[in-house]
Design a protein around this ligand. Structure first.
Ligand SMILES: C[S@@+](CC[C@H](N)C(=O)[O-])C[C@H]1O[C@@H](n2cnc3c(N)ncnc32)[C@H](O)[C@@H]1O
Length: 274
């Protein structure tokens, strides 16, 4: 593996657009592959508000480094495509994992139309960074085996069949991106789906950044607690009984995976009587 890796490093990057997930904030939470690309790319274009400057500072000194916030889609694509056509490599750096609310499809469509190659390098999404910060497993045996990743409806509409009250009717873990200013609406939708007001909710703002904030609350108290903490943006809301902070003190939910009596491909079962 390391031989293959060294070979790639020596030969430099192919001239294409690498859509790189930077992770949630902590500069150590980018993948090794993403970091290598960032260090080698000739042009770095990044979403400034949630990508850590420490990461961007690892670009090589000769790299052209640009922020995407002041540019519209056509301008971004023009800059990236021109660079690739001139034989340069591009790191298009996105926060978290690019596949979640990364607006990458529209970039890929235009790049493809122009015949410019691209590749996606995944990153640690804020949903999983937040779970880690909270010390939570989102899929707890016998409680829930499903996580819904979604957003509350605000200025951006969601499709009719994805209304929050319908999704919440599954009573699984629900992760809400981009929803910190819509807490009242979130609560109303969950209540309409039959959730109880004492359901645990955890909010992590700027997960893994030095100024990270954690709020543990309940559905009933979510709007007031968010207001009290001054959280209006850059926050992940995780709701459901998997977020119960008491679970770790109970030892009530074990998986079958490590159960003595459960056989699977890698471990022979031990009879319950043994
Ligand atoms: C445009 S979306 C990008 C999501 C990103 N692609 C990801 O996988 O985390 C921005 C939203 O992601 C969430 N988010 C991103 N970074 C975060 C962080 N470090 N802590 C908490 N939430 C974060 C917030 O809900 C924020 O409103």
């Amino acid at each position: 593996m390391s031989g293959h890796f060294e070979l790639k490093q020596q030969s430099g990057l192919e001239p294409k657009v690498y859509i790189v997930g930077a992770g949630p904030g902590d500069p150590e939470l980018i993948t090794v592959k993403g970091s290598n690309i960032l260090r080698s790319a000739d042009l770095v274009l990044y979403t400034d508000s949630l990508v850590n400057d420490e990461l961007i500072a690892t670009a090589k000194p000769s790299a052209q480094v640009l922020q995407s916030s002041g540019m519209d889609l056509d301008q971004q694509v023009e800059i990236m495509a021109t660079a690739v056509e001139e034989g340069r490599s591009v790191a298009r750096v996105h926060t978290g994992d690019p596949a979640m609310y990364g607006a990458i499809l529209e970039q890929m469509v235009l790049l493809k139309q122009r015949g410019v190659a691209y590749e996606i390098i995944p990153g640690v999404s804020s949903v999983f960074a937040s779970a880690a910060v909270l010390g939570a497993e989102l899929t707890v045996p016998d409680l829930t085996q499903t996580v819904i990743l979604t957003r509350a409806e605000g200025r951006t509409l969601v499709p009719e069949r994805e209304k929050l009250r319908d999704l919440a009717s599954h009573h699984c873990t629900v992760a809400l991106f981009l929803s910190a200013t819509l807490a009242k609406k979130v609560v109303a939708e969950f209540m309409a789906a039959g959730w109880s007001g004492d359901t645990p909710v955890a909010v992590v703002q700027r997960a893994t950044w030095p100024d990270q904030k954690v709020v543990r609350t309940t559905l009933d108290n979510l709007p007031a607690d968010l207001r009290a903490a001054g959280i209006t943006m850059h926050a992940m809301i995780l709701a459901g009984w998997a977020l119960d902070p008491e679970l770790v003190n109970k030892d009530a939910h074990r998986s079958k995976l490590y159960d003595k009596t459960f056989t699977h491909g890698y471990r022979k079962g031990v009879k319950a009587s043994e």
